[in-house]
Design a protein around this ligand. Sequence first.
Ligand code: PLP
Length: 378
Amino acid sequence: MEIPSWPQPTERESELLRTVLDSPQWGGFHPFVAEFEESFAAYQHCDYGISAFNGTVTLELALAVLGIGAGDEVIVPSVSFVSTATAVSRAGAVPVFVDIEPYSFNIDPDRAAEAITPRTRAIIAVHFGGTLADVDSLVRLTAKHGIVLIEDAAHAHGSEWNHRRAGSFGICGSFSFQNGKVLCAGEGGMLVTNDRDFADKARAFANQGRKPGESYHKHFTLGTNFRMTGFQAAVLIAQFESLPEQIARRTENATLLKTLLADRQKLMWQKQPEQVTQNSFYLLPARLEDATINRDEFCKALNAGQVPCAPFYPFPLYRNPLYQQENSCRVLPCPNAEAYVKNAFWLPHRVLLAEKAALLEVAQAIRSTLEVSQAAGI
Ligand SMILES: Cc1ncc(COP(=O)(O)O)c(C=O)c1O
């Protein structure tokens, strides 16, 4: 079975990397960095893009710009990559873990509403796997309470809600270009925003407190160096050229795979709200709602058959040793997250880049693995 590898280099990366190598500027001031910031922010329907060396520091940058710190609380989903929560902790604030919805894999706005206190400053919503969280409800909720919405859009390059792209709903969107992401340079990140003041502050913070047009040696505010290199931008400009075509292919293949397995009623794919007009399909997540199937054995069997598949996160974020420490976080009841960690899994995006023949084999492998697992009662 031919499942494409990832990342996928072309001659274009080599050509653009050579351009940087042959220039006297390899760092964040190479023109490729500003060029990529502008084009990626515009693609996400935002006016400003502030790049950084990864998508963890972009979350930290957002919180620093917003002045969130000691004494503050930030509401986060209980299942995500750890950076969503550690960015809050590193800012000195307290992450408040709330449950996800039963089938969207995304933060439940009603549970977020219940978690709001006078100390709450922000909600960070993750667009899990590329499917946007319910931004209509989240924007309404944050506006009502005078707090901000930060979109952790690390999975959601090109994803849309009613034809508007991820990152354009909150005060900012935070993207990752880490090795496994659908747009990648090994490492990299970007904040996108439509707020001029936020953009100016973020750019200054990530570039040692400098102001555009002023002396390199003049620092107006306390900042640091989060700059992306010219090499990262070169790779990203090249990879970006393939993104729309890859999203189209993954979308077509996700539909085909779900259609082929539509009779498997206990295989519940991530719910796609009708407002989701485009999905990056960074992940194709699903739940196995059959108590006779052991999710870990199911994933192992698929992997043995050459189908890449990952059992979900092993536990909700609040069960990490870090968050077992006293006063490190606040946790609301999360029955859905607790159920997901037992029965959810995901297929990575490279599966959805396969040719049709291979995709038919993937569907067949999932079907027979389900049948064997059920028959064995494992
Ligand atoms: C939801 C989420 N947020 C943040 C990050 C952090 O990005 P990076 O690995 O670029 O630091 C990731 C990376 O996997 C992620 O999945």
